[in-house]
Design a protein around this ligand. Structure first.
Ligand SMILES: *Cc1c(COP(=O)(O)O)cnc(C)c1O
Length: 424
């Protein structure tokens, strides 16, 4: 049962805790640091305040905590059987976000974003989605806070993974395949490349375009931005406490998968807080797919969040705003950039990147499922593979924490492809 009293009362904002301040977002036209006014057409005011905040602890509003209480706290599971299978002396703990209503961590930010938009009187939200996890999380949150939702879903996922589209529609949201004919950005891409599989960058442009043209609409993003990372810190805040309750002082190393960086940052930043205050020496590893390796292969520079250049310029590890990765099964990891806050902590040396091949990710995920019962989301499988490889190499006991960002029960066709040898 969820334990409402253990749900954190405040999110943790690492921007307020670092000696070196993160580089500001820049206005795409003037290249000056963005102001709250610049962001007002895009986002709810409460979220803009969080985006620019340097306060370390930010109170979680009671209606959001109540929404959290329907599925939080999420479990921290000791993966003993997996440890044995790996033959490792490590003690492996898994922080499992798959118990949320839509089966991933994305709900943690979705309910907060819907709540702050409802405070501003917003009646319509737009967004993009890849595999559909963000879209379905936001659809759930919009239903809860009485807001209409329109989702632009990356074409490749729209065709290959219809179940989350059905989930979005079940919660009352509307889904368009992206690129669509409904926006200038979408029409421009379709004119050049009618058969495009789409990308998150294109879908962002479409959702932003529609939001800025309607005064009662706002745009939402399911990852990357500071306020999204902030909301996800409930994961790590709980995990730090749960690890202590399990009798461990600290984690030696934390693994998470990184697409836009939000679940990993959300898990890792409260652990890094312990490092910043000299209470621990925890290492953090960001596992990313070899097909979309923004940390390990990208450059750290200012780039747009979308293909049309409508979003602020973000200082981040990026493969370039027009990078279109191969359509791998971990749709949530197909984004060209990495959260500026996570990128900044990489630059400061608190987080290291590791690229994982898709087949290695599925091999580790299958091993995990056969031992622990949970079928991991393909995204999270990258973290499991990186952690498993590390654990196998250990000769001394260490405490490993893995972020299991979601379950994979709507991704079983991807498992089928792997098990029947169709993945490369
Ligand atoms: C969206 C998603 C990701 C990738 O997004 P991050 O912002 O990097 O967390 C990872 N895992 C799951 C289950 C997702 O839905």
């Amino acid at each position: 049962m969820p334990d409402a009293q253990s749900i954190p009362t405040h999110w943790y904002n690492i921007a307020g805790d670092l000696d070196v301040a993160p580089p500001p977002h820049l206005h795409p036209g003037t290249r000056e640091p963005v102001t709250a006014d610049d962001l007002a057409p895009l986002f709810a005011s409460g979220l803009i305040e969080q985006e620019l905040s340097t306060e370390t602890d930010i109170a979680i509003p009671e209606p959001v905590r109540e929404a959290y209480a329907s599925y939080r706290t999420t479990p921290l599971i000791r993966a003993r059987s997996f440890e044995k299978a790996l033959g490792t002396p490590a003690r492996i703990y898994v922080k499992y976000e798959g118990v949320s209503p839509v089966g991933s961590h994305k709900v943690n930010s979705a309910v907060a974003q819907a709540y702050y938009n409802s405070l501003d009187g917003v009646t319509r939200l737009t967004t993009e989605t890849g595999a559909g996890q963000w879209g379905s999380a936001l659809a759930f949150a919009c239903a809860r806070f009485g807001i209409d939702l329109e989702v632009w879903q990356v074409r490749a996922s729209y065709d290959a993974k219809p179940y989350r589209r059905f989930l979005i529609e079940t919660y009352g949201g509307t889904v368009h395949a992206s690129p669509s004919e409904l926006t200038e950005a979408g029409r421009a891409v379709l004119a050049r490349d009618p058969g495009t599989p789409g990308s998150l960058g294109i879908a962002v442009s479409e959702a932003v375009e529609v939001a800025v043209k309607d005064p009662l609409a706002r745009y939402t993003l399911g990852s990357v931005l500071n306020h999204v990372v902030l909301h996800q810190t409930v994961i790590g805040l709980e995990a730090v406490e749960q690890l202590r309750a399990a009798g461990e002082d600290n984690a030696d190393i934390v693994f998470g998968c990184a697409g836009g960086g939000s679940n990993l940052a959300g898990l890792a930043f409260p652990f890094i807080r312990e490092v910043l205050h000299d209470r621990a020496k925890t290492r953090v590893v960001a596992a990313e797919p070899t097909a979309c390796p923004s940390i390990t292969q990208g450059r750290y520079r200012y780039d747009h969040g979308d293909i049309a250049g409508l979003t602020p310029l973000l200082k981040m590890h990026t493969l370039g705003q027009d990078f279109i990765p191969d359509p791998i099964h971990a749709g949530g990891l197909r984004y060209h950039g990495m959260a500026p806050l996570l990128s900044h902590t990489v630059e400061l040396g608190y987080v290291e990147g590791r690229a994982v091949r898709q087949t290695d990710a599925f091999a580790a995920a299958v091993e995990f499922a056969r031992n622990e019962g949970i079928v991991p989301a393909p995204e999270a499988s990258h973290a499991i593979a990186a952690a498993a490889e590390y654990a196998r190499g250990l000769t001394e006991p260490e405490v490993i924490v893995i972020g299991l960002s979601g379950h994979g029960q709507l991704d079983l066709p991807a498992y089928d492809a792997y098990l029947s040898g169709k993945l490369v």
